[in-house]
Write a protein that binds this ligand. Structure first.
Ligand code: NAD
Ligand code: MG
Length: 378
């Protein structure tokens, strides 16, 4: 029986992970559940999975806890995340909260000797070197949940001792794949949240539309697989069936295929090196008929160019890009700025702050804070 703690249990990834726990009650026991503010949903989950600990980052007062749920230890704020990551008994910690908040949780979980199942990409984007160093020292490699990185990881498992020469990172292209630059700049909230293939949380869905998501994923792959950015090629693949591929020196390319359903990569991380039944069917190649691939367009999607520049700049540049993007996406979702402004605000932050250092946790958070301040300027 594996004990699993889930940070961000009410979200898109969190609920799908719980779906897998419910399918395999003999294999997984849920020991901690946390959310930010969706308390009704968390109450339901606690009722069903009966963890030892539950927490709300936005806080909960003792009298607000339903009577039948007082069997578990309730916590609030940052302490709740810390306890779920590092204090509650668990073999695995699934970090599926959004944003740079994930970095602290990943470091806490690793420090406590937990196996980290990582959905939160912002942790590697902002503090990849700290995370990978600590994972190595603790002998607990990070198990990726992001579908592309899970695909790459699965291909590398099949490659035995052979090192990959290149990574082919696939991208759906999002809802604006065929739009002009001007159309993209004027896109509405509703249009940005209308992803053609994946159903995900709001922040990552907007990132998919801007293709900042793919930029963040290049950074993620760079750290997870120790692959220089110039050997990571983004390939636009609108069907989202090939979840990524890996090339070898003999000219062979291994790819992982599946329908776009996150339960496959979540399940692979949860049961690694085994595979679980997930309720997901294999793709029907005959009904798909054909799969298509396109070059990414950095003119219409400047996010990809900015990601390349941030990686090349090193230091805290990727944290600056991430912090400015988080802030700009939040402003866009609140209806305060146009879609095209997301690019402008990230570019402005990179222009001003790309040279900041990222030697330790404090420097990374300082860069994040300063990037947010620049992105907030009107
Ligand atoms: P979501 O918005 O659906 O859910 C986020 C969850 O985390 C919720 O339970 C929310 O209450 C909690 N949360 C959010 N911010 C928090 C904070 N600051 N502190 C504490 N709790 C917080 O998001 P999601 O789509 O499930 O994505 C989660 C992470 O996984 C993101 O980093 C995203 O980039 C990554 N990811 C998601 C998918 C996907 O299919 N949804 C795929 C790949 C990677
Ligand atoms: Mg992804």
């Amino acid at each position: 029986m594996k004990k699993i703690a889930i940070l961000g249990s009410t979200g898109s990834i969190g609920t799908q992970a719980l779906d897998l726990c419910a399918r395999h009650p003999e294999e997984y026991r849920v020991t901690a559940l946390t959310a930010r503010s969706s308390r009704e949903k968390l109450f339901e989950q606690v009722r069903r999975f009966r963890p030892e600990m539950a927490g709300l980052a936005d806080g909960i007062r003792p009298e607000e806890i339903p009577e039948d749920l007082r069997f578990c230890r309730w916590m609030s704020g940052k302490e709740a995340l810390r306890a779920a990551a590092a204090e509650v008994e668990a073999d695995q910690v699934l970090v599926s909260i959004v944003g740079i908040a994930g970095l602290q949780s990943v470091l806490d979980a690793l420090e406590a000797g937990r196996q980290v199942l990582l959905a939160n990409k912002e942790a590697l984007v902002t503090g990849g070197h700290l995370v990978m160093d600590l994972a190595r020292r603790k002998g607990k490699p990070i198990l990726p949940v992001d579908s592309e990185h899970s695909a790459i990881f699965q291909c590398l498992q099949a490659a035995g001792p052979n090192r990959a020469t290149r990574i082919l990172l696939t991208a759906s292209g999002g809802p604006f794949r065929t739009w002009t630059r001007e159309q993209i700049r004027r896109a509405t909230r509703e249009q940005a949240l209308n992803h053609p293939n994946w159903s995900m949380g709001a922040k990552i869905t907007v990132d998919s539309a801007s293709m900042f998501n793919k930029g963040l994923e290049i950074m993620e792959a760079r750290w997870l697989f120790d692959m220089p950015a110039e050997r990571i090629q983004v390939v636009v693949h609108p069907e989202s069936i090939v979840h990524s591929a890996v090339a070898f020196e003999d000219g062979a390319v291994l790819a992982q295929l599946g329908v776009p359903d996150m339960r496959v990569p979540i399940g692979y991380a949860m049961a690694y090196p085994r595979r679980l039944t997930t309720g997901v069917a294999e793709p029907d190649l005959f009904s798909l008929g054909k799969l298509t691939f396109e070059k990414p367009d950095e003119e219409r999607f400047p996010s990809l160019r900015m990601a390349g520049e941030a990686l090349a700049a090193g230091g805290a540049a990727c944290a600056v890009l991430n912090g400015a993007n988080e802030e700009a996406v939040a402003a866009f979702l609140r209806g305060e700025i146009a879609f095209g402004e997301i690019y402008d605000r990230v570019a402005r932050a990179l222009d001003r702050l790309a040279g900041l250092p990222a030697g330790n946790f404090e420097e990374i958070f300082d860069a994040d804070r300063r990037a947010r301040a620049v992105a907030k300027e009107g």
